[in-house]
Design a protein around this ligand. Structure first.
Ligand code: PFF
Length: 461
């Protein structure tokens, strides 16, 4: 009935630790440090954070286990893994479409992810040049404004980041990537802790913490519930095959449940630490928590400008943020590259270059959406600007990833032979039953309810 001996033509992680590092490298990225604080700020703080944490626990972890499990079972790119598993379990070949949707989502996400990583890259040099010394909140806003209003600069940084990503992907996931992540991730964590200590001295630490952790459900809208759920997928790299393809390189004897919990926990801690750094700075300097995608770029430089050794710490911080983004970016195109190698007979180098060029071209749209192609509109009496970046972000994080996750849960929970999933997950009876219950009943229904709620079929806020 099942082939347990499949091996991946792309190689395998050297062990459990290598997989944890790579998957954590994929999960921890701009989503935690750049996106989480700004969407928490836009959606009123505490209540949003609580919904996000709930989504991580009941949707994120079970789906991560399902994704890794499917990947390891299929041992190929998500498209071919799904095609193989569909055939093996007597299901229609259309399930390969799940892999295709993931490949498209990966392209779309990376196209804007790379532009934002470019912002972080440019801030490495700004921090190193001492530009933030004693800077005021107006000063940082204008530094940020100058950057995003300049399409040439954005395109240049986007290009550098994309080239760096392609180089690592071309070399293969095991080389380079494993080593980089092994010591950079702990260092990023350490720097965040140092910044939390700084935030504790700003005088608005408690105000920041209370914004982040005391829930006020009157601030929650249908849209914010969807954003919280979408972010749970985005931050854990779920619903598009990134974790599936990493799972396909996982050695047979590694526990999927334990590793998934470790990865989700590490990811969540980093996001919460980032929030604990940002909001005290926001309140201590009279800034606006809902000021959008520029939030960390308008707050952290103030801190670096005031603290002892701020130039060094600031430079290191933005450099580590770039590395974190880099190790995530790689996983965004790995499914497409693996497929090109499997089905088009390309070598990794060609495949990476092709994928990189397409993503780079699409990124131009995002780079221009902050300046030339930005449009202004009024919403609830407030002037707002939006552009292709917002469309891409909503289409991927809030729609495609949860939809992918929903399909993964349905396939793993309902359509796959239980013997196969049981065998692959290799857990205690009660652990397996809990996972099966979550992935069959809780996860799919939670996702569907949030979708139906946002389109207005169901109403709760
Ligand atoms: N998880 C990454 C972050 O939080 O920055 C973003 C990401 C990577 C999303 C890979 C999706 C993905 F497949």
């Amino acid at each position: 009935m099942v082939d347990e001996q499949r091996t991946s033509i792309h190689g395998q992680w050297s062990g459990r630790m290598a997989f944890i590092l790579a998957a954590t490298g994929s999960a921890v990225g701009l989503g935690n440090i750049w996106k989480f604080p700004y969407i928490a700020g836009e959606n009123g703080g505490g209540a949003f954070v609580l919904i996000y944490l709930l989504c991580i626990a009941v949707i994120g972890i079970p789906i991560m286990m399902a994704e890794v499990m499917l990947g390891r079972r299929g041992r190929q790119s998500p498209i071919n893994t799904m095609a193989t598993l569909a055939a093996e379990n007597g299901r229609p070949a259309i399930w390969a479409g799940l892999g295709w949707m993931g490949v498209i989502a990966g392209f779309l996400i990376l196209s804007y992810y790379s532009v934002i990583a470019g912002w972080a890259l440019s801030y490495v040099f700004r921090a190193a040049s001492g530009m933030f010394e004693g800077v005021t909140s107006d000063g940082v806003s204008s530094i940020f404004g100058q950057l995003v209003s300049d399409p040439e600069k954005l395109l240049a940084w986007h290009t550098i980041f994309m080239v760096a990503t392609m180089v690592v992907v071309a070399r293969g996931v095991q080389h380079g990537l494993e080593k980089t992540v092994r010591f950079l991730m702990p260092l990023l964590f350490l720097l965040l802790l140092i910044l939390v200590f700084y935030a504790a001295t700003t005088g608005a630490f408690l105000e920041g913490l209370s914004f982040l952790f005391s829930p006020d459900f009157s601030k929650i809208t249908r849209g914010s519930i969807l954003t919280a759920m979408g972010h749970a997928f985005f931050t854990l790299s779920l619903g598009m095959g990134a974790i599936m393809v990493y799972g396909s390189y996982l050695p047979k004897d590694t526990s999927i449940a334990k590793t998934s919990i470790i990865i989700a926990a590490a990811d969540t801690v980093v996001a919460l630490l980032a929030g604990m750094v940002i909001f005290p700075i926001v309140f201590a300097n009279g800034l606006e928590p809902g000021s959008g995608p520029g939030l960390i770029f308008k707050t952290l430089p103030i801190a670096f400008g005031q603290m002892e050794a701020g130039i060094l710490i600031g430079t290191m911080f933005f450099a580590l943020l770039v590395f974190a983004a880099w190790s995530s970016a790689i996983s965004l195109i790995e499914p497409a590259v693996a497929w090109l190698v499997e089905n088009r007979g390309m070598n990794r180098i060609y495949a990476s270059v092709w994928v990189g060029i397409v993503t780079w071209l699409m990124g131009i749209v995002t780079a221009l959406s902050f300046n030339v192609w930005a449009f202004e509109f009024e919403f609830a009496g407030e002037k707002k600007t939006a552009g292709m970046f917002d469309v891409l972000d909503i289409a991927t994080a809030n729609i495609m990833l949860p939809l992918g996750g929903l399909m993964i849960a349905i396939f793993a929970g309902w359509l796959m032979y239980q013997q196969s999933s049981k065998d692959e997950l290799n857990m205690t009876e009660s652990g397996y039953n809990l996972w099966l219950f979550l992935v069959r009943f809780i996860t799919p229904f939670a996702v569907m309810i949030v979708f139906l709620n946002v389109i207005g079929v169901l109403k709760f806020e």
